[in-house]
Ligand binder design. Structure first.
Ligand code: GAL
Length: 423
């Protein structure tokens, strides 16, 4: 807490001059104002978004906070849709992947090419993110982070009770989970919500099928891949995972599952590195109180990334607010301070890795090597790849399978049919 306040204060001081450069000397500028619609309400998420809010205010901005609780963002997306349709969009929105393109295609987003030029975004934003935040050649959003989805968060004390280490293969995962269950522990802390079930699914697709299969099935929607024996094996593993969760999992928020690992009620959670922010916010030390290991796969990396988009809302104060926000998000100091707390790594290229914890350093290295070996894939559960309709089709089948005794073959048939209909 104090650390982040100190960092916030230091950041405020470091970024204050930014205000000076944006202000024109003579004319009375409208106060930069942004209503920010986001869903960062868990302990760790709230710490991180506060850094951005403080920097915005330190530069003379008026931040109107519009949080929508509900991890994964489906509730926030519903609020956004309702507000746009009722002609009252918020000015600044936390948004990801295909949603950016869908809203840009609908003509609701401002282009940020002037801010991009002034901020040298072409040089600062990696190619893997440019295709997410650009639409028809223009910048329509600005990325704030890179989250890795495919992580296991383990409680070393609980694992030690069955003489186990964090598993490196799915066979090891299942063997350890069986031992944990036999010893009366909850092997897998999980929240029964479609996006969380889909997070497990995409991690298993990468682990069982590999990056090429992941791209074929989840990115290219190749029907043969969706109907393949490999996909049957994926659902076999999902069935196993469904036997490693506790009876209380339905509807549970992701951060409450993280807290079960923290308290030693459960041994492991499979979740993106926003989970790390919960451990850090609770003062837990990576490598001691909790361990981060990639889920079993061959050098893969599942990318998720949050961005901010500016909706077309009239008013000079709003325009000033959007300009200020766009110029802050990729600022080097802000990138450091935000991502140190958020559990992600910077979206901006060239930010020093000094001060980042071992999990973040692992993520940085894994991203670079996955890019090199063409094993970098885009998250389906977190909307980096596939639009709402196709994603919805996947989530429906994955969740139905996870919560029923549907066979793997039945799930494969239903998945292929539903996805082919939705695309
Ligand atoms: C993801 C989002 C992350 C994290 C997570 C849990 O979709 O990109 O930043 O917040 O949801 O809410």
């Amino acid at each position: 807490m104090v650390q982040s306040l100190l960092r916030g204060a230091k950041l405020v001081l470091a970024l204050a001059p930014l205000c000076a450069s944006l202000a024109s000397p003579t004319t009375a500028r409208a106060q930069p104002t942004s209503e920010v619609l986001h869903y960062w309400t868990s302990g760790g998420e709230a710490e991180a978004v506060k850094v951005l809010k403080e920097a915005f205010e330190a530069n003379g901005g008026r931040w109107i906070d519009a949080p929508v609780a509900g991890g994964g963002g489906d509730a926030q997306a519903a609020v956004l849709r309702a507000r746009v349709l009722s002609g009252d969009p918020p000015s600044t929105v936390q948004i990801k992947g295909q949603n950016i393109h869908e809203w840009a295609a609908a003509g609701t987003l401002k282009t940020l090419d002037d801010e991009a030029e002034a901020g040298n975004w072409d040089a600062l934003i990696p190619e893997v993110l440019k295709r997410v935040v650009k639409y028809e050649g223009s910048y329509v959003a600005v990325p704030i982070n890179i989250h890795r989805v495919d992580w296991i968060w383990s409680n070393p004390e609980v694992l030690a009770r069955v003489n186990a280490e964090p598993p490196r293969t799915w066979e090891e995962f299942n063997a350890t989970a069986e031992k944990l269950k036999a010893a009366g522990f909850i092997p897998l802390a999980h929240g029964g919500q479609p996006w969380q079930d889909a997070t497990l699914f995409e991690v298993v697709v990468l682990g069982i099928g590999g990056a090429d299969f992941y791209k074929d099935a989840l990115e290219e929607l190749n029907e043969d891949a969706l109907r393949s024996d490999t996909m049957v094996k994926v659902f076999d593993q999902m069935r196993k995972l469904s036997t490693y969760v506790d009876p209380g999992f339905p509807g549970r928020e992701w951060n409450l599952a993280t807290a079960m690992v923290m308290r030693g009620e459960a041994a492991m959670q499979i979740m993106g590195d926003w989970a790390k922010a919960e451990f850090l916010a609770a003062g837990e030390v990576p490598g001691e109180d909790f361990i981060c290991t990639p889920t079993p796969s061959n050098n893969g990396f599942i990318l998720n990334s949050d961005s901010f988009a500016m909706f077309r809302v009239p008013g000079e104060d709003v325009a000033e607010g959007q300009k200020l926000m766009a110029s802050l998000v990729l600022d080097e100091e802000l990138q450091r301070a935000f991502n140190l707390l958020k559990g992600s790594i910077p979206a901006r290229k060239g930010v020093s890795s000094e001060g980042f914890d071992p999990c973040a350093l692992q993520s940085m290295e894994a991203l670079a090597s996955a890019e090199e070996s063409d094993a970098l894939v885009n998250s389906l559960a977190h909307e980096i790849v596939q639009d709402g309709a196709v994603r919805g089709a996947f989530l429906d089948v994955i969740t139905e399978h996870f919560n029923t005794d549907m066979s793997s073959q039945e799930a494969v048939n239903l998945l292929a049919e539903t996805v082919m209909l939705a695309r």
